[in-house]
Every structure is written in C-alpha cells, then in structure tokens.
Design a protein around this ligand. Structure first.
Ligand SMILES: [Zn+2]
Length: 81
C-alpha cells in the first residue's frame, strides 16, 4: 500500500469509507480508499480524463513545434561555429 500523493509506504488503516477500507498516510496525511482504478471513477471523472488527454496532446504538439523550431536554430548555430 502506497500513498497516492507522496508515494510513502507509511500508511495506516483509518476505518472504512463506503464499506471499503480507508487509509491515511502517516507522511502527508492524505486519506484514500484501497482500490483506486478507473472502474471506481464516475463517468464525469472519465470525461474529465479524456478532456485532459486531449488538452495534453494539443499542448505537447505545440511544445514539439516549438522544440523543433529552436533545435533548428541551434543546429544552424553549431554549423556556423
Ligand atoms: Zn503521503
């Protein structure tokens, strides 16, 4: 069992929540339920994830373009120097 926030394995049982064992991190105090998987997320959460992935791919392709542009400039500089 590992803390989702700080990755510490120093977690303690903290009773039950919605009939699932609840844990608390001794390191940062984060509380969480044992089984964290996509099936446990609500539909809204899934949509949120999909939107974030979409945003992320747009963001990374923008960064790629910028990176290529600047590496082109760097390569030109190296050839000259
Ligand atoms: Zn923690």
């Amino acid at each position: 069992m590992q803390c989702l926030r700080c990755r510490s394995t120093h977690v303690r049982k903290n009773g039950k929540k919605a009939s699932k064992p609840n844990y608390i991190c001794a390191q940062c105090g984060r509380q969480f339920i044992d089984s964290y998987d996509l099936q446990g997320y609500s539909e809204e959460m899934k949509h949120e994830c999909e939107r974030n992935v979409c945003e992320w791919s747009r963001f990374s392709s923008y960064r790629m373009t910028k990176k290529y542009a600047s590496s082109d400039r760097n390569n030109l500089g190296k050839e000259n120097g």
